[in-house]
Design a protein around this ligand. Structure first.
Ligand SMILES: Cc1ncc(COP(=O)(O)O)c(C=O)c1O
Length: 359
Protein backbone atom coordinates (compact mmCIF):
# COMPACT_ATOMS: atom_id res chain seq x y z
CA UNK A 1 0.00 0.00 0.00
CA UNK A 2 1.29 3.47 -0.82
CA UNK A 3 2.41 5.26 2.33
CA UNK A 4 2.72 8.89 3.27
CA UNK A 5 5.44 9.59 5.86
CA UNK A 6 4.94 12.75 7.92
CA UNK A 7 7.86 13.95 10.02
CA UNK A 8 7.11 15.63 13.35
CA UNK A 9 10.54 17.18 13.92
CA UNK A 10 10.42 18.97 10.58
CA UNK A 11 6.95 20.32 11.24
CA UNK A 12 7.96 21.42 14.75
CA UNK A 13 11.06 23.06 13.31
CA UNK A 14 8.90 25.09 10.91
CA UNK A 15 6.46 26.08 13.65
CA UNK A 16 9.37 27.28 15.81
CA UNK A 17 10.85 29.30 12.96
CA UNK A 18 7.47 30.80 12.02
CA UNK A 19 6.83 31.76 15.65
CA UNK A 20 10.28 33.42 15.70
CA UNK A 21 9.51 35.43 12.55
CA UNK A 22 6.14 36.58 13.88
CA UNK A 23 7.64 37.42 17.29
CA UNK A 24 9.79 40.05 15.55
CA UNK A 25 6.54 41.65 14.34
CA UNK A 26 4.94 41.77 17.77
CA UNK A 27 2.55 39.95 20.04
CA UNK A 28 0.52 37.87 17.61
CA UNK A 29 -1.66 34.77 17.64
CA UNK A 30 -1.18 32.00 15.08
CA UNK A 31 -3.96 29.71 13.92
CA UNK A 32 -2.26 26.61 12.44
CA UNK A 33 -4.39 25.41 9.51
CA UNK A 34 -4.31 21.60 9.46
CA UNK A 35 -7.00 20.88 6.85
CA UNK A 36 -4.39 19.26 4.60
CA UNK A 37 -4.31 16.23 6.93
CA UNK A 38 -8.04 15.61 6.46
CA UNK A 39 -8.91 15.49 10.14
CA UNK A 40 -6.21 13.06 11.27
CA UNK A 41 -6.13 13.43 15.07
CA UNK A 42 -2.38 12.68 15.24
CA UNK A 43 -1.62 16.13 13.85
CA UNK A 44 -3.57 17.66 16.73
CA UNK A 45 -1.27 16.07 19.27
CA UNK A 46 1.74 17.48 17.43
CA UNK A 47 0.21 20.95 17.37
CA UNK A 48 -0.42 20.68 21.12
CA UNK A 49 3.21 19.66 21.65
CA UNK A 50 4.42 22.63 19.58
CA UNK A 51 3.00 25.05 22.14
CA UNK A 52 0.43 26.69 19.86
CA UNK A 53 -2.95 27.40 21.43
CA UNK A 54 -5.30 27.06 18.46
CA UNK A 55 -6.12 24.64 15.69
CA UNK A 56 -7.88 25.71 12.49
CA UNK A 57 -9.69 23.69 9.85
CA UNK A 58 -12.14 24.49 7.09
CA UNK A 59 -14.35 21.44 7.72
CA UNK A 60 -16.48 21.12 10.81
CA UNK A 61 -16.28 17.32 10.48
CA UNK A 62 -12.54 17.60 11.16
CA UNK A 63 -12.94 19.93 14.13
CA UNK A 64 -15.44 17.46 15.58
CA UNK A 65 -12.70 14.82 15.54
CA UNK A 66 -10.47 17.21 17.53
CA UNK A 67 -13.14 17.80 20.20
CA UNK A 68 -11.17 16.26 23.07
CA UNK A 69 -8.14 18.50 22.46
CA UNK A 70 -7.67 21.52 24.77
CA UNK A 71 -6.69 23.63 21.72
CA UNK A 72 -9.14 26.36 20.76
CA UNK A 73 -10.88 25.36 17.54
CA UNK A 74 -11.19 27.76 14.64
CA UNK A 75 -13.63 27.06 11.81
CA UNK A 76 -12.14 28.64 8.71
CA UNK A 77 -14.66 28.29 5.90
CA UNK A 78 -17.68 30.59 6.17
CA UNK A 79 -20.39 28.71 8.06
CA UNK A 80 -23.22 26.87 6.38
CA UNK A 81 -26.58 27.77 7.95
CA UNK A 82 -27.36 24.05 7.91
CA UNK A 83 -24.26 23.39 10.04
CA UNK A 84 -24.73 26.20 12.59
CA UNK A 85 -25.47 23.76 15.39
CA UNK A 86 -22.21 21.86 14.80
CA UNK A 87 -20.20 25.08 14.44
CA UNK A 88 -21.33 26.13 17.91
CA UNK A 89 -20.75 22.62 19.26
CA UNK A 90 -17.28 22.01 17.84
CA UNK A 91 -15.62 25.39 17.32
CA UNK A 92 -14.78 28.33 19.56
CA UNK A 93 -14.14 30.85 16.80
CA UNK A 94 -15.49 30.95 13.26
CA UNK A 95 -15.03 33.17 10.22
CA UNK A 96 -18.27 34.73 9.00
CA UNK A 97 -19.56 37.36 6.59
CA UNK A 98 -23.30 36.72 6.24
CA UNK A 99 -25.91 38.05 8.65
CA UNK A 100 -28.43 35.18 8.18
CA UNK A 101 -25.70 32.71 9.14
CA UNK A 102 -24.65 34.79 12.15
CA UNK A 103 -28.31 34.97 13.29
CA UNK A 104 -28.57 31.19 13.09
CA UNK A 105 -25.31 30.85 15.03
CA UNK A 106 -26.80 33.15 17.68
CA UNK A 107 -29.94 30.97 17.86
CA UNK A 108 -27.88 27.81 18.24
CA UNK A 109 -25.52 29.43 20.76
CA UNK A 110 -28.52 30.38 22.92
CA UNK A 111 -29.81 26.79 22.72
CA UNK A 112 -26.38 25.44 23.70
CA UNK A 113 -25.82 28.18 26.30
CA UNK A 114 -22.48 29.19 24.78
CA UNK A 115 -20.87 32.41 23.65
CA UNK A 116 -19.35 31.96 20.21
CA UNK A 117 -16.63 34.24 18.83
CA UNK A 118 -16.52 35.33 15.21
CA UNK A 119 -14.07 37.06 12.94
CA UNK A 120 -15.96 39.15 10.43
CA UNK A 121 -14.32 38.61 7.07
CA UNK A 122 -13.65 41.49 4.67
CA UNK A 123 -12.67 41.14 1.02
CA UNK A 124 -9.93 43.64 0.24
CA UNK A 125 -9.55 42.56 -3.37
CA UNK A 126 -8.94 38.82 -3.81
CA UNK A 127 -12.67 38.25 -4.40
CA UNK A 128 -13.15 35.15 -2.34
CA UNK A 129 -15.02 35.45 0.98
CA UNK A 130 -15.77 38.62 2.90
CA UNK A 131 -17.83 41.78 2.87
CA UNK A 132 -16.43 43.98 0.10
CA UNK A 133 -14.26 46.61 1.78
CA UNK A 134 -15.92 49.55 0.02
CA UNK A 135 -19.41 48.60 1.27
CA UNK A 136 -21.14 50.30 4.19
CA UNK A 137 -20.63 47.52 6.71
CA UNK A 138 -21.53 49.43 9.88
CA UNK A 139 -25.26 48.45 9.95
CA UNK A 140 -24.24 44.78 9.83
CA UNK A 141 -21.70 45.32 12.61
CA UNK A 142 -24.38 46.97 14.77
CA UNK A 143 -26.65 43.95 14.26
CA UNK A 144 -23.85 41.57 15.25
CA UNK A 145 -22.84 43.61 18.27
CA UNK A 146 -26.43 43.49 19.54
CA UNK A 147 -26.41 39.68 19.70
CA UNK A 148 -26.19 38.22 23.20
CA UNK A 149 -24.31 35.00 22.37
CA UNK A 150 -22.07 36.12 19.51
CA UNK A 151 -18.82 37.88 20.38
CA UNK A 152 -17.26 39.97 17.62
CA UNK A 153 -13.65 39.01 18.36
CA UNK A 154 -12.24 40.82 15.38
CA UNK A 155 -11.98 41.01 11.62
CA UNK A 156 -9.97 39.21 8.98
CA UNK A 157 -9.19 38.99 5.32
CA UNK A 158 -8.04 36.25 2.99
CA UNK A 159 -5.68 36.88 0.07
CA UNK A 160 -3.78 35.02 -2.64
CA UNK A 161 -6.48 32.36 -2.94
CA UNK A 162 -8.94 33.10 -5.76
CA UNK A 163 -7.56 36.25 -7.34
CA UNK A 164 -3.89 35.69 -6.56
CA UNK A 165 -3.73 39.13 -4.93
CA UNK A 166 -0.72 39.48 -2.62
CA UNK A 167 -0.85 41.20 0.77
CA UNK A 168 0.36 44.78 0.46
CA UNK A 169 0.74 47.82 2.66
CA UNK A 170 -2.34 49.19 0.88
CA UNK A 171 -4.71 46.26 1.45
CA UNK A 172 -3.47 45.70 5.03
CA UNK A 173 -4.10 49.38 5.78
CA UNK A 174 -7.58 49.09 4.27
CA UNK A 175 -8.25 46.29 6.77
CA UNK A 176 -6.98 48.45 9.61
CA UNK A 177 -9.21 51.34 8.46
CA UNK A 178 -12.19 48.95 8.67
CA UNK A 179 -11.13 47.97 12.20
CA UNK A 180 -10.88 51.64 13.21
CA UNK A 181 -14.40 52.39 11.94
CA UNK A 182 -15.83 49.35 13.74
CA UNK A 183 -14.05 50.25 16.98
CA UNK A 184 -15.44 53.77 16.78
CA UNK A 185 -18.92 52.32 16.42
CA UNK A 186 -18.77 49.62 19.10
CA UNK A 187 -16.63 51.69 21.48
CA UNK A 188 -14.18 48.91 22.29
CA UNK A 189 -10.98 47.61 20.68
CA UNK A 190 -11.15 44.56 18.44
CA UNK A 191 -8.91 41.84 19.83
CA UNK A 192 -7.97 40.30 16.48
CA UNK A 193 -7.07 41.70 13.08
CA UNK A 194 -6.30 38.62 11.02
CA UNK A 195 -4.09 39.56 8.11
CA UNK A 196 -4.17 36.36 6.17
CA UNK A 197 -2.38 33.17 5.36
CA UNK A 198 1.03 31.91 4.20
CA UNK A 199 1.23 34.67 1.59
CA UNK A 200 1.95 37.21 4.35
CA UNK A 201 5.62 36.30 4.82
CA UNK A 202 7.25 38.53 2.16
CA UNK A 203 5.57 41.60 3.69
CA UNK A 204 6.58 40.39 7.14
CA UNK A 205 10.20 39.83 6.10
CA UNK A 206 10.39 43.26 4.47
CA UNK A 207 9.11 44.66 7.77
CA UNK A 208 6.29 46.40 5.93
CA UNK A 209 3.43 44.68 7.71
CA UNK A 210 1.51 47.22 9.82
CA UNK A 211 1.82 46.48 13.54
CA UNK A 212 -1.90 46.31 14.14
CA UNK A 213 -2.20 43.10 12.13
CA UNK A 214 -1.94 40.62 14.98
CA UNK A 215 -3.24 37.27 13.77
CA UNK A 216 -2.25 34.84 11.03
CA UNK A 217 -3.92 31.67 9.77
CA UNK A 218 -1.06 29.55 8.49
CA UNK A 219 -1.08 26.16 6.75
CA UNK A 220 1.31 25.81 3.83
CA UNK A 221 4.13 27.68 5.62
CA UNK A 222 4.05 25.11 8.41
CA UNK A 223 3.86 21.99 6.27
CA UNK A 224 5.94 23.15 3.28
CA UNK A 225 8.08 25.91 4.77
CA UNK A 226 6.81 28.02 1.87
CA UNK A 227 5.25 31.43 1.52
CA UNK A 228 2.47 31.45 -1.05
CA UNK A 229 2.81 34.96 -2.52
CA UNK A 230 5.82 34.03 -4.68
CA UNK A 231 6.34 30.36 -3.74
CA UNK A 232 9.71 30.83 -2.04
CA UNK A 233 11.02 28.81 0.90
CA UNK A 234 10.74 30.85 4.10
CA UNK A 235 14.27 31.49 5.46
CA UNK A 236 15.20 28.86 8.05
CA UNK A 237 12.25 26.58 7.21
CA UNK A 238 12.27 22.98 6.06
CA UNK A 239 10.45 22.46 2.74
CA UNK A 240 10.05 18.68 2.92
CA UNK A 241 8.01 17.50 5.89
CA UNK A 242 6.18 14.67 4.08
CA UNK A 243 7.29 11.94 1.69
CA UNK A 244 5.12 9.59 -0.34
CA UNK A 245 6.27 6.06 -1.04
CA UNK A 246 4.68 3.77 -3.65
CA UNK A 247 5.53 0.29 -4.89
CA UNK A 248 6.59 -0.71 -8.40
CA UNK A 249 4.22 -3.35 -9.76
CA UNK A 250 5.75 -3.53 -13.24
CA UNK A 251 9.17 -2.71 -14.73
CA UNK A 252 9.49 -3.26 -18.48
CA UNK A 253 11.55 -1.93 -21.32
CA UNK A 254 9.09 -0.59 -23.90
CA UNK A 255 8.85 2.15 -26.53
CA UNK A 256 7.92 5.63 -25.34
CA UNK A 257 5.47 6.17 -28.18
CA UNK A 258 2.14 4.27 -28.14
CA UNK A 259 1.55 2.06 -31.17
CA UNK A 260 -1.71 2.36 -33.12
CA UNK A 261 -4.36 5.02 -33.75
CA UNK A 262 -4.55 7.34 -30.70
CA UNK A 263 -7.80 8.97 -29.56
CA UNK A 264 -8.11 9.67 -25.83
CA UNK A 265 -6.82 8.38 -22.51
CA UNK A 266 -8.91 6.95 -19.65
CA UNK A 267 -9.67 10.49 -18.41
CA UNK A 268 -10.90 11.73 -21.80
CA UNK A 269 -7.81 13.80 -22.67
CA UNK A 270 -5.86 13.52 -25.91
CA UNK A 271 -2.41 12.16 -25.02
CA UNK A 272 0.53 14.30 -26.05
CA UNK A 273 3.55 12.04 -25.95
CA UNK A 274 7.10 12.69 -27.16
CA UNK A 275 8.93 9.78 -28.82
CA UNK A 276 12.15 9.23 -26.86
CA UNK A 277 12.76 5.70 -28.15
CA UNK A 278 12.80 2.68 -25.87
CA UNK A 279 12.86 3.32 -22.14
CA UNK A 280 12.74 1.54 -18.79
CA UNK A 281 9.14 2.07 -17.81
CA UNK A 282 7.77 1.51 -14.33
CA UNK A 283 4.21 1.31 -13.04
CA UNK A 284 3.47 2.18 -9.41
CA UNK A 285 0.45 1.14 -7.37
CA UNK A 286 -1.00 4.60 -6.91
CA UNK A 287 -3.23 6.49 -9.31
CA UNK A 288 -5.25 9.55 -10.12
CA UNK A 289 -7.90 8.40 -7.66
CA UNK A 290 -5.29 9.12 -4.99
CA UNK A 291 -3.36 12.04 -6.48
CA UNK A 292 -2.83 13.93 -9.72
CA UNK A 293 0.59 12.75 -11.06
CA UNK A 294 1.59 16.39 -11.73
CA UNK A 295 1.53 17.05 -7.99
CA UNK A 296 4.32 14.51 -7.34
CA UNK A 297 8.07 15.10 -7.63
CA UNK A 298 10.30 11.97 -7.76
CA UNK A 299 13.19 12.06 -5.30
CA UNK A 300 15.48 9.87 -7.46
CA UNK A 301 17.17 12.04 -10.12
CA UNK A 302 16.85 9.33 -12.82
CA UNK A 303 13.08 8.97 -12.39
CA UNK A 304 10.52 11.14 -14.17
CA UNK A 305 6.74 10.99 -14.30
CA UNK A 306 5.11 10.05 -17.61
CA UNK A 307 1.46 10.02 -16.58
CA UNK A 308 -1.14 7.83 -15.03
CA UNK A 309 -4.64 6.43 -14.89
CA UNK A 310 -7.03 5.93 -11.95
CA UNK A 311 -4.95 3.23 -10.31
CA UNK A 312 -1.53 3.52 -11.98
CA UNK A 313 1.32 5.98 -11.98
CA UNK A 314 3.64 5.49 -14.97
CA UNK A 315 7.26 6.59 -14.72
CA UNK A 316 10.43 6.60 -16.78
CA UNK A 317 12.91 4.78 -14.54
CA UNK A 318 15.93 5.88 -16.60
CA UNK A 319 19.05 4.03 -15.48
CA UNK A 320 18.00 4.01 -11.84
CA UNK A 321 18.01 0.21 -11.71
CA UNK A 322 14.78 -0.11 -9.72
CA UNK A 323 13.02 -3.49 -10.02
CA UNK A 324 9.50 -4.69 -9.37
CA UNK A 325 8.73 -4.68 -5.64
CA UNK A 326 10.99 -1.67 -4.95
CA UNK A 327 9.40 1.48 -3.61
CA UNK A 328 9.91 4.93 -5.10
CA UNK A 329 9.80 8.12 -3.05
CA UNK A 330 8.21 11.43 -3.95
CA UNK A 331 7.80 14.84 -2.45
CA UNK A 332 4.45 16.52 -3.04
CA UNK A 333 3.01 19.91 -3.75
CA UNK A 334 0.36 21.29 -1.34
CA UNK A 335 -2.56 20.12 -3.56
CA UNK A 336 -0.82 16.74 -3.85
CA UNK A 337 -0.64 16.38 -0.06
CA UNK A 338 -4.28 17.44 0.19
CA UNK A 339 -5.32 14.72 -2.25
CA UNK A 340 -3.12 11.97 -0.82
CA UNK A 341 -4.38 12.69 2.71
CA UNK A 342 -7.95 12.42 1.48
CA UNK A 343 -7.35 9.02 -0.14
CA UNK A 344 -8.21 6.03 2.05
CA UNK A 345 -5.88 3.96 -0.15
CA UNK A 346 -2.77 5.73 1.12
CA UNK A 347 -1.54 4.78 4.58
CA UNK A 348 -0.41 7.71 6.75
CA UNK A 349 2.57 7.22 9.07
CA UNK A 350 3.33 9.99 11.52
CA UNK A 351 7.02 9.68 12.35
CA UNK A 352 8.36 11.11 15.57
CA UNK A 353 12.11 10.80 16.24
CA UNK A 354 11.43 11.23 19.93
CA UNK A 355 9.23 8.14 20.02
CA UNK A 356 11.71 6.13 17.93
CA UNK A 357 14.57 6.91 20.30
CA UNK A 358 12.66 5.49 23.29
CA UNK A 359 13.94 2.03 24.36
C1 LIG B 1 -9.68 31.29 5.39
C2 LIG B 1 -8.35 30.64 5.29
N1 LIG B 1 -7.34 31.12 6.02
C3 LIG B 1 -6.11 30.58 5.98
C4 LIG B 1 -5.85 29.47 5.17
C5 LIG B 1 -4.45 28.90 5.17
O1 LIG B 1 -3.81 29.19 3.97
P1 LIG B 1 -2.26 28.81 3.75
O2 LIG B 1 -2.18 27.33 3.68
O3 LIG B 1 -1.87 29.50 2.50
O4 LIG B 1 -1.51 29.34 4.93
C6 LIG B 1 -6.88 28.95 4.39
C7 LIG B 1 -6.66 27.80 3.52
O5 LIG B 1 -6.34 26.74 3.88
C8 LIG B 1 -8.16 29.53 4.45
O6 LIG B 1 -9.18 29.06 3.74
Amino acid sequence: MATLFIYQEKIHHNIKQIKRLFARHGNVSIYPVVKVFAGDHRIVQWIEESGLEYIADSRIENLKKFASSPLKKVHLRLGQISEAKKIIQYSDISLQSQLPTIFELQRQAVLQDKVHSILLMFDVGDLREGIFYQEDFLPLVSSVEALSHIHLLGIGTNLTCYGGVVPSVFNMNELIKIANKIEELIKRPLEVISGGNSSIFPLLEDRLLPRRINNFRVGEAIFFGRETAYGETIPGCEPTTCILEAELIECEQKPSMPIGEMTMDSFGSTPSIIDKGRMNRGILAIGKQDVNPHYLLPLHPEVSILGGSSDHLIVDLGESGFVVGDTLRFTLTYPGLLQVCTSPYVKKRFISERKRRKP
